[in-house]
Design a protein around this ligand. Sequence first.
Ligand code: ATR
Length: 289
Amino acid sequence: MNIDATTKLCGLIGNPVKHSCSPLIHNTISQMIGNNMAYVTFCVSEEDVGKAVEGARALGILGMNVTVPHKSAVIPYLKEIDPLAQKIGAVNTLVRVEGGYKGYNTDILGLKRALLRNSITLKDQEVIILGAGGASRAINVLCAQEGAKAVYLLNRTLDKAKAIAESVNQAYGREVIHPMMLSEYEKLSGSNYICIQTSSVGLAPNVNDVIIDDGKFYEKLAVGVDIIYNPATTAFMKKCQAVGKPAMNGLSMLLYQGVEAYELWNQCKVSDEITDKVYEILKLHLQMK
Ligand code: ATR
């Protein structure tokens, strides 16, 4: 990389940021397409989020990613917000506009694109979402936005599922999200569900943990999607595969949230060919960790 007086800068704010794969994603794309842009990380404490955004604006920084724990805290400091990010209540990408930044949620745009790349569309489909944390909330919004027929939101703590369902159903003016206890999965009578695993169950080092153990549950699925990418094949994915169902991990979602941000900052399209190459580099990098 040849940093000079015309190099554009993008960066990530969060705490911690040391283990982020985003510098690898963005700097690799820049190198491959010959774009004079550098991407670095900034560890920012909670009380400094507003100052960081204002400082970035003053310095002419092209764009920022925002990670845990600032994805909601950053919203009051934005000039504009994309309607989908507004509904989700979390922003992970800041794009420079006149006088400040516009906030987007490319985590969810990235999931949509990763699903599409795997020929999975949500329109008119029945979806099961496992878990009701922050990632789940965003995925419920995506399903409603994309016109899913019904979403069965299963969680250990029913109240958390109910809270997500209430706010998403209200935002979209239809009863699309149906909150259920995790243990109620036997009540699901369909046989073609897209199942998205959003909980932290199965994340390394607890690689043998799975949120639902019963093999019969997995027979009801068309496909399983785990948002975890470490390990590369989660116990949830193994359960799907054991009954002959396709399953994907969260690595392409991670990659595409970066690609979507890169495209917004640089007003360009990153080709499938480049994306596939970065995917392989990212996979190797994670295997070596
Ligand atoms: P994030 O915000 O990153 O999406 P989170 O807030 O940590 O994740 O949410 C984790 C999800 O995993 C929650 O839905 C949690 O269930 P509860 O709401 O009942 O806490 C779910 N989860 C975590 N450990 C679990 C376990 N052992 N069994 C079932 N669900 C679990």
